[in-house]
Design a protein around this ligand. Structure first.
Ligand SMILES: Cc1cc2nc3c(=O)[nH]c(=O)nc-3n(C[C@H](O)[C@H](O)[C@H](O)COP(=O)(O)OP(=O)(O)OC[C@H]3O[C@@H](n4cnc5c(N)ncnc54)[C@H](O)[C@@H]3O)c2cc1C
Length: 388
């Protein structure tokens, strides 16, 4: 990746924002289990940071995905992963399909205010009985004249308690599971929608995650993105940006763990010398930093492919898989060298340990990434070949 002065300027804008507007508040937001998302998003919107890659005609910066990636990476310096997660939901999880396939009317109503930060969005795919198996979801949108009537529920929806709209994946016909789904933008104040109190999570505590229920929710068909039945395909495309964003966002969070651990091990003495002087520890830090650079290289390579408008499915899945696996390894290894202090709730490495654990589960678990990679490598046994 060749970064221009514009990339560096954007990186600095994000860094300054995180240091000034996010990090001083993280301890309080983590304790509260929420943060003033509308207020923060409005400030992000004023700086253009919610529409980096979105079309200029709807208020975005119109830049290519590499700029988005730089921002995702820099948001990783946040002192709590929940805040960048909820920003990523807005920029790379609930709006890519709207920006790519939505009508001008939909973009005017939902994308423009999502870019300015006036509206908060969320993405509704997972259900209690359908997380990894997206095709098996049960929420349905039945045709009724010019409207759909939606019934069902969505589980683990980030931003839901504060959201103004949900980008919802629902069944709109009885066709085969990959052909019966549509993405529909539903305003969250539509009668029949209820949001349960936010869930008590292991990590990402400053972001709100909740269950959303739909009880005879009437929404006009003009809110459907693209043609009926193409929602599964659009969501699979939308997942690529979610996964690239997830991989990029982890890089600096992990580097922060390594840097802080080195600093701590320089100060902490055992047996008359700083911990860092133990070869086992300084070698381990070097090894982890090397792995982080490898993740960065893989993520940048995937980004280049995406910018060139090539199919990024395999590399994005690999980057997401590597980010999840490495996130667990780095945070676990670093926590160890903090000893008892690392086991304390408010320790930055312990917070990262809890936050980063999500990467191997959310947005497609590690095993789902492996399945995709195997399919593209041609090693996944087909049903007709006696495979599982
Ligand atoms: C904090 C948080 C925020 C989230 N935010 C959102 C959101 O905003 N919107 C949204 O739609 N969803 C969201 N999710 C849901 C998330 O995407 C799902 O939890 C994830 O896709 C896994 O689905 P599941 O929990 O149903 O796990 P399951 O599908 O029940 O799988 C459980 C585990 O089994 C393993 N597994 C599954 N299938 C296979 C297989 N074929 N082979 C081998 N192993 C397998 C994996 O290890 C997996 O972790 C969020 C989840 C969390 C925890």
């Amino acid at each position: 990746m060749q970064f221009t002065e514009e990339h560096q300027a954007l990186r600095k804008t994000v860094r300054d924002f995180v240091e000034k507007e996010i990090n001083p508040n993280c301890d309080e937001w983590e304790r509260d289990g929420r943060y003033p998302i509308h207020e923060v998003f409005k400030k992000l919107g004023d700086l253009g940071l919610l529409g980096i890659q979105k079309p200029e005609e709807f208020g975005g910066m119109g830049l290519d995905y590499s700029y988005n990636l730089v921002a995702a990476e820099e948001f990783g310096i946040a002192a709590a992963g929940g805040v960048p997660l909820s920003i990523g939901v807005q920029t790379d999880m609930c709006t890519p399909a709207l920006a790519r396939f939505g009508s001008n009317e939909q973009k005017e109503e939902f994308l423009r205010p999502a870019i300015t930060g006036e509206k908060v969005g969320c993405i509704g795919v997972s259900e209690v009985g359908a997380g990894s198996d997206v095709a098996g979801l049960k929420t349905n949108a039945k045709s009724d004249g010019d409207d759909y009537i939606i019934n069902g529920h969505k589980m683990w929806i980030t931003n839901a308690p504060s959201a103004d709209f949900i980008c919802l994946l629902a069944n709109t016909s009885d066709d085969k599971p990959h052909k019966n789904k549509s993405l529909i933008i539903v305003p969250m104040d539509t009668p029949g929608i209820s949001v349960a109190p936010h869930l008590d999570k292991l990590g990402m505590r400053s972001s709100e995650t909740a269950q959303v229920f739909f009880d005879d929710v009437r929404v006009p068909k003009r809110n459907r993105i693209g043609a009926e039945g193409t929602g599964f395909m659009m969501q699979m495309l939308q997942f690529q940006e979610e996964r690239l964003w997830g991989a990029a966002n982890v890089i600096k969070a992990l580097e922060g763990c390594v840097t802080r651990t080195i600093e701590y091990c320089r100060e902490r003495e055992t047996f008359g010398q700083p911990l860092i002087n133990n070869q086992a520890i300084h070698f381990r830090m070097a090894e982890l930093q090397t792995e982080i650079e490898a993740l960065r290289a893989l993520t940048y390579q995937a980004c280049e492919l995406h910018v060139a408008q090539k199919d990024v499915t395999q590399l994005a899945s690999m980057a997401k898989l590597k980010a999840g696996r490495l996130g667990r390894e780095v945070t676990d290894a670093c926590l160890q060298y903090w000893g008892g202090n690392g086991y304390m709730w408010d320790n930055p490495v312990s917070r990262a340990y809890r936050d980063v654990r999500l990467v191997s589960v959310g947005g497609g678990a590690d095993e789902i990434m492996l399945g995709i990679i195997c399919k593209l490598m041609g090693t996944l046994p087909g049903k007709d070949k006696g495979g599982a």
